[in-house]
Design a protein around this ligand. Structure first.
Ligand code: UDP
Ligand code: MG
Length: 310
């Protein structure tokens, strides 16, 4: 019998958890051919989340939980959950029922035979979300897909069921500044996408302020793209080129027509100096990027299949 671990990051979810547990129990009662465990991660909640989890654990031995000493953020909670999950399959779910448990059987169908290593959800609508947030989210995905080396699926939620080897691959990326949406794409393997309409949270409120999301997206860009560093190199070169042609043009005009004012030469020289500085800052950035890559220590490759035994 295969075991499925349900990993749930919770931050101030005392109101939502009861609904979540009820709904999920209903969904998994239809999956008689599997064993289950819950791995709740209390991300330093300030409300009674931990108490609720303890109550769950008392009456249900499937429930395992761990509690952080303070709020470390959802990424840390996801990592802790995946690390402590023992199932053959692991599914990641929010505590607010925005990830409908009723879809669990469908997700399991996709991964159980090993055809896919991951089954994930993407929202086709962002109904119920503030329009400004949707707007910036869309722009972010467009930008990321242009400048980064992984593909990010617009509207993809963290709700996904993964095989054991997919989870191991995700955990093998030991970087501290984690951006899971990127990591899931980075590790590869075949993912089956399901589409669904956005559901609003059942109780409580969103933990993501606009500023928190902005910081999070910057983290994503820095973790999966070096475009920001390369911009400096290109911009510096551009300034150098411009001022170089400016100087030549000024010199020609100076001798062919009439005397050019000294400040125009000076201006070009200053722009060139600035350009050179920016260019070498960019070059420095390229080396910093190399160091960044080395210190993150991501695996060089991830194996999917083969007949080589060590
Ligand atoms: N969460 C967390 N730590 C945080 C913020 C959020 O563990 O610092 C959890 C939260 O309890 C929920 C999930 O991450 O289970 C998604 O959070 P939320 O519903 O607030 O995000 P949204 O759905 O609005 O994007
Ligand atoms: Mg939510």
């Amino acid at each position: 019998m295969k075991k499925i671990s349900i990993v749930v990051p919770c931050y101030n979810e005392e109101k939502a958890l009861v609904f979540f547990y009820e709904e999920t129990e209903k969904a998994i009662s239809q999956m008689q051919d599997c064993a289950f465990e819950y791995v709740f991660v209390d991300d330093g909640s300030k409300d009674k989340t931990l108490k609720v989890l303890k109550e769950f654990a008392e009456k249900d031995e499937k429930v395992r939980y761990l509690s952080f000493s303070r709020n470390f953020g959802k990424e840390s909670a996801i990592y802790a959950g995946l690390k402590n999950a023992t199932g053959d399959f692991v599914v990641l779910m929010d505590a607010d029922l925005q990830d409908p448990p009723a879809l669990l059987p469908e997700l399991y169908q996709a991964v159980k035979d090993g055809e896919y290593d991951c089954a994930a959800l993407r929202r086709v609508t962002r109904k119920g979300e503030p329009p400004i947030r949707s707007f910036f989210a869309r722009r972010f995905y467009k930008l990321m897909n242009k400048i980064s080396d992984v593909e990010l699926v617009d509207g993809a939620r963290d709700y996904r069921m993964m095989s054991r080897r997919f989870v191991s691959a995700v955990l093998s990326l030991g970087e501290k500044n984690r951006f899971s949406k990127g990591i899931f794409g980075w590790v590869g393997f075949k993912t089956k996408w399901f589409e669904y309409e956005n559901v609003e949270r059942v109780a409580g409120e969103t933990k993501w302020s606009f500023f928190k999301l902005f910081k999070y997206s910057l983290q994503g860009i820095v973790a999966f793209s070096s475009a920001l560093l390369q911009i400096a190199t290109v911009f510096g070169l551009l300034l150098c080129g411009l001022s170089f042609f400016g100087l030549i043009a000024l010199t020609v005009l100076h001798f062919a027509l009439s005397a050019m004012p000294v400040w125009s030469f000076l201006l070009c020289a200053i722009v060139m100096g600035v350009g050179i500085c920016i260019f070498f800052t960019g070059v420095l950035g390229l080396y910093v990027d190399k160091i960044h890559t080395e210190t993150r220590n991501r695996p060089i490759y991830i194996e999917q299949d083969g007949n080589i035994t060590k």
